[in-house]
Design a protein around this ligand. Structure first.
Ligand code: SF4
Length: 378
């Protein structure tokens, strides 16, 4: 068994580096009936990877899988029992053991209107069903997409459909629940040009899903809104938690990394976060915060403290390259470890507890070690 410090260290290193997966091994695993691949190539959130459980038996991590040895010194090796061995090529020793989270069987099924269920929603981790309800974004349309985003790629790869409706979603939820693979949901979306920025599409879908699955905790993600009444309407329609994502805290970097979203001021994010906490309650409001763009550690930690001091959970995640598309910088994992340790202490100081988050990315935990950092900061 590994202790909480080792869990935090291993997860942070895996999030930053990912694993090398030899194509030959894929074939050999397939012969052993083990379906392993390089994961999804397009869509929202960190791409290209699979979900693994660490040796403590419950910490889940979304690990990038590369077929390029340059990318990482961590190599996925043989499966022994339930766990794959991971070899560290730098130190020439065993890094650790990981258990692969299998894909669910409902991926073979179709909705009643004939759509492959895995084009509607996917299981992230063990039991978080995740879907991009609208696969297009105004910033892609006007040529100012966020540098790390792959939302419209899965449309290009025909691995999803442009817009999902409540009926399709509730059918997939039922199928996932049958397999015990849906305890909560992450709903995300590209941004609309309209004042509601896509909130109305969410509201219609949330009402339909809550009607059929009233006890399923639901998480929505949206950018800061001028008209904050939509934050209330999303709650009334059934959202339990909300992510109002700024992604990049440094204003100078925001202009470069999120050129379209840069038109939204940091002050408007603060107003939205405060209002959302009033509506959704403590520990139910979060923001993705990406590392790897050359921000100074000290400035980053100061900026994160501002976010935490408002009661917002900073979902700190190292940016990840988009397979076959964009090579993005790799975050130094020792730097990220220090950031996590400071953030864990700050969350304790300000009484922000990510372990109490009811639904979505924070509860899932796959893409960030912020919960492990909180645990370790005790
Ligand atoms: S945290 Fe979980 S639900 Fe969110 S994008 Fe990562 S794997 Fe998906």
């Amino acid at each position: 068994m590994i202790d909480s410090e080792t869990v935090l260290n291993q997860k942070t290193e895996l999030l930053c580096k990912g694993l090398y997966l030899d194509n030959e091994l894929i074939t050999r695993y397939k012969e052993q009936g083990i379906q392993i691949d390089f994961g999804r190539k397009g869509g929202a959130g960190p791409l290209g990877g699979r979900y693994f459980i660490l040796e403590d038996g419950n910490t889940m991590v979304n690990v990038a899988l590369w077929n390029d040895k340059i990318k990482t010194n961590l190599v996925l090796k043989e499966k022994k029992g339930d766990f794959f061995e991971v070899h560290d090529n730098y130190n020439n020793n065993l890094f650790g053991n990981l258990k692969l989270v299998e894909n669910p069987k409902f991926y073979e099924l179709k909705t009643t209107d004939g759509i492959d269920m895995n084009k509607i929603a996917l299981v992230h981790g063990v039991d978080c069903l995740a879907s991009t309800i609208y696969q297009k974004c105004i910033y892609w349309a006007c040529g100012e997409p966020c540098k790390f985003c792959g939302i419209e790629l899965s449309l290009q790869y025909d691995s999803t459909i442009e817009e999902k409706n409540a009926k399709q979603m509730t059918e997939v939820i039922s199928a996932a629940k049958k397999e015990g693979r849906c305890s909560h949901m992450t709903l995300t979306s590209g941004t609309d040009e309209s004042v509601d920025k896509g909130a109305n599409r969410y509201i219609e879908l949330l009402k339909g899903v809550k009607n059929d699955h009233p006890n399923l905790p639901l998480h929505v993600q949206i950018e800061a809104l001028e008209d904050m009444s939509y934050i209330n309407k999303l709650k009334e329609a059934g959202a339990d938690t909300i992510g109002i994502h700024i992604e990049v805290l440094d204003n100078r970097l925001r202009k470069e990394i999120t050129p379209g979203k840069f038109s939204i001021s940091y002050e408007l994010y603060e107003k939205n976060w405060k209002h959302a906490i009033d509506i959704y309650g403590d520990n139910q409001v979060s923001s993705y915060v990406l590392t790897g763009f050359g921000e100074s550690k000290a400035d980053f930690i100061n900026d994160v403290e501002k976010v935490i001091s408002l009661g917002v959970i900073p979902y700190i995640t190292p940016v990840r390259s988009i397979p076959g598309k964009k090579d993005l910088p790799i975050t130094n994992y020792q730097d990220l470890l220090e950031i996590y340790k400071n953030s864990g202490k700050l969350m304790r100081e300000y009484g922000v507890n990510p372990l109490k988050n009811k639904a979505g990315c924070v509860r899932c935990g796959g893409c960030s070690a912020i919960k492990e950092a909180y645990i370790e900061a005790k």
